[in-house]
Design a protein around this ligand. Structure first.
Ligand SMILES: C[S@@+](CC[C@H](N)C(=O)[O-])C[C@H]1O[C@@H](n2cnc3c(N)ncnc32)[C@H](O)[C@@H]1O
Length: 204
């Protein structure tokens, strides 16, 4: 007889309290390799700064903030993006790996806020399953993404506060499929899908 696993009764206690899960550098670089952004790139939940660092390496000027100072050297502000986005007024693009579940529907709230603020593009790194739910049907119907970039390699996203302890294992063994979802302001569809590959030489 097969037994069904019990459904979770709420947020998992072993999760980081603010969803500080750090994407590998290669996953951040992929979006800048495959998508052209006009103007500045902002990350409202930059954590360690993986995304703005990759953006800078691609020649973009950046703006970076987070709810907490997690040690990024070019942090511009400590702020709750959902209640105080003043750092990003007039921003051209917002590119981020948002908190996912410490509050219900927080990733969607980040995307909706970003779509109100950005003048050119919004890019969000999300688990692929985030695309597949009735709950976000209205979001995708009202704001069809310009493209979805499917990552052919699963990124490992360790909790930021455990990276040192995990050492070499931190960015190995990803188990969740991710994609970059790209919106262009004013775009009405259809949505393209592309499969993108991690470069063989790219590090963590
Ligand atoms: C998935 S992690 C992003 C990791 C980041 N890319 C890095 O390189 O470390 C989500 C981040 O969102 C931040 N965060 C959570 N709630 C937030 C909020 N309301 N406003 C701004 N940042 C928030 C967390 O502090 C955490 O650093």
């Amino acid at each position: 007889m097969t037994r069904r696993r019990k459904r979770s009764a709420g947020p998992r206690k072993d999760r980081h309290p603010f969803d500080w899960y750090v994407e590998p550098r290669w996953a951040a670089e992929l979006v800048f390799r495959h998508v052209a952004f006009l103007g500045k790139v902002g990350d409202p939940c930059c954590g360690l700064g993986t995304i703005p660092s990759a953006a800078r390496a691609y020649g973009y000027d950046t703006v970076a903030a987070d709810l907490h100072d997690r040690g990024y050297e070019h942090l511009d502000a400590v702020a709750d993006f959902l209640t105080d986005a003043s750092t990003f007024e007039g921003i051209d693009n917002l590119v981020f790996n948002s908190p996912y579940s410490y509050r219900p529907r927080i990733a969607e709230a980040f995307v909706r806020r970003a779509l109100e603020l950005a003048r050119h593009k919004v890019a969000a790194l999300v688990p692929i399953k985030w695309l597949c739910t009735q709950v976000r049907f209205d979001l995708f119907a009202k704001f069809p993404p310009k493209e979805v970039l499917v990552l052919s390699t699963r990124p490992s996203m360790p909790p930021g506060n455990k990276i040192a302890e995990l050492g070499d294992r931190a960015f190995k063994g990803g188990t969740i499929d991710y994609c970059w979802v790209i919106w262009e302001i004013g775009y009405t569809g259809p949505t393209d899908t592309r499969w993108i590959k991690r470069e063989a030489s790219a590090g963590a």
